[in-house]
Design a protein around this ligand. Structure first.
Ligand SMILES: [Zn+2]
Length: 195
C-alpha cells in the first residue's frame, strides 16, 4: 500500500495552505498625501519648538504669542530676500545684484503653515475656540508680513482668480469694440441709405 498521499503525514500539516488567489490585494495603509505628511512634519516641529522653550511649554499652555514667536523664529531658515527700506533694490522684484538684506520666510509659506498647524491642533484634540493658530493676532501678523513683503519685493500677492477676471475684462473689452464697430457700420449703412 502506498502511504505517501496520507493526509495524516506530519510534514503536510506543517505547511500552511497557500493563500487564496484573489484579484484584489489586501488593503495596505494608504500613503500620506503631500499635505498630510507636511502637516505631520510641521506639527512635530512646533511640538519640538515648545519643548525647547525654557521652561518648556505644554500644548494646553500654548497661546497665540507662542505661535507668533515660532513664526519669527522660522525666519532664520527663510530663503526669501526681503529688502529693507534703505536698500536700493527696495520694491524691485528682480534686483540685478545681491544685497545684504535679510532672508525671511515668504508670506505664502507662513500662511500655508498656519493653515496646516491650525488643522493639526484640532486633530490632536484641541478645541476650535481656543485654537491659537486661529487667533486674530495671527491673522493680523500674516497680513502685515504680506503687505511688507509685497512692498519690499515689488511683488503684489494676487489670487489666481484675478488673472481670469482680467481675461474676462479683456474679452469683454474686445466684444465692446466689436459691438462699437458693428454699431458704427450700422450707422454708416443708415447714412448711406438715400434720404
Ligand atoms: Zn536689499
Amino acid at each position: 500500500m502506498d502511504m505517501s498521499n496520507n493526509s495524516c503525514e506530519p510534514s503536510a500539516s506543517t505547511h500552511p495552505p497557500p493563500p487564496p488567489q484573489v484579484a484584489v490585494a489586501a488593503p495596505a495603509p494608504a500613503p500620506l498625501s503631500r499635505y498630510e505628511s507636511q502637516k505631520r512634519r510641521d506639527w512635530n516641529t512646533f511640538g519640538q519648538y515648545l519643548k525647547n522653550q525654557r521652561p518648556p511649554v505644554s500644548l494646553s499652555q500654548c497661546n497665540c504669542n507662542h505661535v507668533l514667536e515660532f513664526l519669527r523664529y522660522l525666519d532664520q531658515f527663510g530663503k526669501t530676500k526681503v529688502h529693507l527700506h534703505g536698500c536700493v533694490f527696495f520694491g524691485q522684484p528682480d534686483p540685478p545684484a545681491p544685497c545684504t538684506c535679510p532672508l525671511k520666510q515668504a508670506w505664502g509659506s507662513l500662511d500655508a503653515l498656519i493653515g496646516r498647524l491650525r488643522a493639526a491642533y484640532e486633530e490632536h484634540g484641541g478645541s476650535p475656540e481656543t485654537n491659537p493658530f486661529g487667533n486674530g493676532a495671527i491673522r493680523v501678523y500674516l497680513r502685515e508680513v504680506k503687505e511688507c513683503q509685497a512692498k519690499a519685493r515689488g511683488i503684489p500677492y494676487k489670487k489666481k482668480k484675478k488673472k481670469r477676471k482680467i481675461n474676462n475684462q479683456l474679452k469683454g473689452h474686445d466684444e465692446l469694440i466689436k459691438n462699437n464697430q458693428h454699431q458704427h457700420q450700422h450707422q454708416q449703412q443708415q447714412q448711406q441709405q438715400p434720404a
